[in-house]
Design a protein around this ligand. Structure first.
Ligand code: BGC
Length: 726
């Protein structure tokens, strides 16, 4: 390969719908023929993909195939719930299956690389991209990261229906200050090691073919030019052999960050730090060969980056089969089993936030048979997550919407439909019509929240209430005195204190995907019993953000007083609190109600003491020193319906060299319990459950006092004590 041909493999452009600022180039066909492009993104038309591939394979001197990439985030044509919703299932197996379907559909058009999963830990609901990840917890986030990778890549990357995964955005992107997208991050090494890095490590261990370097500056060094994270941690410590692609123009952005005075320096810094491929900034194309000739970049490093990229192309089988069988596209999308999976995933992603008895009778959900007429009100009823609105030419699933599904059950005339208001704009007349409509119905189902465009990239919000006049609409409908069920569509938690006080039934539905209508209807009617649990702390007010359960205690935690009324905790002024808001979230991490209820017995452990030395031996791989440590609790279904409960296990360590979270998730299990049934739920804990990043920058178990809880969320449960002796 000539130097220029080598550099060509490291260059990627967008040849479709741009998802960032453009480079001004469009001469891709000539560039491909000259071997100057290694990968294209955002091309979704199979014919166009084949046309570009023909140029690469048949006209370029070395015949090296292109790699086509796309953001296949939660499905390709069959849309699954957004990742935040998928994570709320707490079922890695569902995520794996959904990613498999996404891989199969995307690959049918020739896309062999997805820029997913986003494994960024997110602690701030203002950050729009919180919807693209698995929430605030590294343990759950790591399991989800690995599940996505397994699903996309399948058992063999060279199977025609497998696609390469890309864990992003490496690293710390989710900690953007103020929740403002692309903003600066400052993360200490122990926080990075304990919270932000583990999901990436899990993706690497699961064999992800690639990682994407992030936009954000991390501790003063932009992530796309950060040798510590890209080379020291990723290559040297984790032994990652795959490729690293920059985020969109993040190499060019090193100039704006201020660590490069010109484009050539930006290219050199990103490349030497460990970024193999330049997405959409054109700086490797423009400068890398010259940097090598000038002796500023060793050619051996270029060779290594080229090898990493060619290895991925080889692993995908692109050299043997560069072209996708275009016939596959006719029978790859919306397969009945794919849609069924999308429905199940949606049902399990729903989190029932509230469902209290109304005026001495039953809760509103599931909907009683006595309800004959419903008013479906709100801007999101027919298009709850805009699941198919992204690409007008894309095939449609034809799955009925929520009102259509309701009409199938109740009869067309018994489902009254009112927009009530738009998302951002509304009129008095529309609100009045919805109020009048609610008066004629037995039940009002409100569908409010955010459109998909209100979260995701470049969609951070400083206010987290209902946009536009939706709050006004909600209050007007509640004022009618008719029973109200609220289905909330959003890419993040919303701060709705009035709602949680006045609306008796609230379901967080996120963005459910293609099967929104059937999944919601089955849930409303109790054919599916909600079992999702929150993977993000749900704030009461924006001022609490960043808000996350696995926080440190501080030296002045508030006491256990009732903090429900302002001014909060007046007896102790000098504690870590607000004078005008509670510390606690509206709903904690791990929380979710069910149509039945569950009772938890106390947590029991089979030992009172273990030794740190033994645990450290286990941690370093010389297994078996500790013997098994088992923790158990009895969990009962105390209600009248069968239900799936996500039983969670948390630990707290005290007396360690670095302060540790007040609780940290270390295990969970799903148990399906019949009414009245009690099951003993047992967890085996290994050394990982107690390991921490210590004051000497080592990952070890330290002598400490441990509390272990088996509980329904991150705030409840009766803990058991364990001592880790030296
Ligand atoms: C986003 C990435 C995405 C890329 C390509 C960027 O703006 O941050 O997550 O993969 O665009 O669309």
């Amino acid at each position: 390969m000539t130097l220029e041909e080598k550099v060509g493999q490291l260059v990627q452009y967008s040849a479709g719908q741009a998802t960032g600022p453009g480079t001004g180039r469009t001469d891709y066909e000539d560039m491909i023929a000259r071997g100057q492009i290694g990968s294209l993104l955002n091309v979704i038309d199979p014919k166009q993909i084949t046309a570009y591939q023909r140029i690469a394979v048949e006209k370029s001197r070395l015949h090296i195939p292109l790699l086509f990439g796309l953001d296949v985030i939660h499905g390709f044509h069959t849309e699954f719930p957004i990742p935040l919703g998928l994570a709320s299932t707490w079922e890695p197996a569902i995520v794996e299956k959904a990613s498999r379907v996404a891989a199969s559909e995307a690959s049918a058009t020739g896309i062999r690389w997805t820029f997913s999963p986003m494994v960024d830990i997110a602690r701030d609901a203002r950050w729009g991209r919180i919807q693209e990840g698995a929430g605030e917890d590294p343990f759950l986030g790591s399991l989800m990261a690995a599940a996505y990778v397994r699903g996309y890549q399948g058992s063999r990357l060279d199977a025609p229906d497998s696609i390469a995964a890309c864990a992003k955005h490496y690293v710390g992107y989710g900690a953007a200050e103020g929740g403002r997208d692309y903003n600066t991050t400052e993360i200490s090494e122990h926080t990075l090691r304990q919270f932000y890095l583990p999901p990436f490590h899990a993706a690497v261990e699961a064999g992800t073919a690639s990682l994407m370097s992030a936009f954000n500056s991390l501790n003063g060094v932009p992530s796309s030019a950060n040798p510590f994270t890209l080379t020291q941690v990723l290559r040297k410590e984790w032994g990652f052999k795959g490729m690293v692609v920059s985020d969109w123009s993040s190499i060019g952005e090193l100039v704006a960050h201020g660590i490069a005075a010109d484009d050539a320096t930006a290219a050199r810094k990103a490349f030497l730090a460990g970024v193999d491929m330049d997405m959409a900034s054109s700086l490797y194309h423009d400068h890398l060969a010259e940097l090598v000739r000038a002796g500023k970049v060793p050619e051996a490093n270029v060779d290594e980056a080229v090898r990493r990229i060619l290895r991925v192309k080889l692993a995908l089988g692109l050299f043997e089969r560069p072209y996708t069988d275009e016939g596959r596209a006719s029978h790859a999308f919306f397969l009945p089993e794919s849609l069924e999976l999308a429905r199940i995933a949606a049902e399990r992603s729903f989190v029932l936030l509230k469902n209290v008895p109304v005026a001495g009778s039953n809760p509103l959900l599931p909907i009683s048979k006595n309800i004959k007429t419903v008013a479906v009100i709100g801007p999101l009823a027919d298009n709850p997550s805009d699941p198919e609105g992204k690409n007008p030419s894309a095939p449609k699933s034809g799955v009925p919407s929520l009102p259509a599904e309701l009409a199938r059950r109740l009869g067309e005339n018994n489902v009254l439909r009112f927009k009530g208001t738009g998302i951002n704009s509304g009129s008095d007349e529309d609100i009045a019509a919805a109020v009048a409509g609610a008066m004629r119905a037995d039940l009002a189902i409100l569908t409010l929240g955010e459109t998909q465009e209100m979260s995701g990239e470049a969609a951070s919000r400083s206010k987290l209430g209902l946009p536009g006049r939706q709050q006004e609409l909600l209050e007007a409908i509640v004022a009618t005195g008719k029973p109200v069920v609220l289905i909330l569509f959003s890419g993040r938690p919303l701060t709705l204190p009035w709602t949680f006080e006045h609306v008796p039934a609230v379901l967080a539905a996120w963005s459910p995907g293609s099967e929104a209508g059937p999944a919601l209807t089955r849930t409303l009617y109790g054919e599916s019993n909600p079992s999702g649990k929150l993977v993000v702390s749900w704030p009461r007010s924006v001022g609490q953000e960043p808000l996350y359960y696995n926080a440190l205690s501080t030296g002045r935690p508030p006491g256990n007083k009732d903090l429900t009324r302002p001014p909060y905790d007046t007896e102790s002024k000098y504690v870590s609190r607000y004078i005008d808001e509670q510390n606690s979230p509206q709903f904690p991490f791990g929380y979710g109600e069910s149509y039945t209820s569950f009772g938890y017995g106390p947590t029991r452990i089979n030992k009172t003491q273990v030794s740190a030395a033994d645990l450290n031996k286990d941690l370093s791989g010389s297994a078996g020193a500790t013997g098994s440590l088992t923790v158990e609790a009895d969990v009962s279904n105390t209600g009248a319906r069968c239900g799936d409960e996500i039983v969670q296990l948390y630990v707290r360590l005290q007396g360690t060299s670095t302060a540790q979270p007040v609780r940290a998730l270390k295990g969970f299990q799903h148990v399906v319990l019949a009414p009245g049934e009690t099951r003993k739920v047992t967890f085996n804990l290994g050394p990982d459950a107690f390991a921490l990043w210590n004051i000497s920058n080592q990952f070890v178990v330290e002598p400490s006092k441990v509390t272990v809880w088996i509980s329904p969320d991150s705030t409840r449960g009766t803990g058991a004590a364990l001592e880790i002796a030296p």
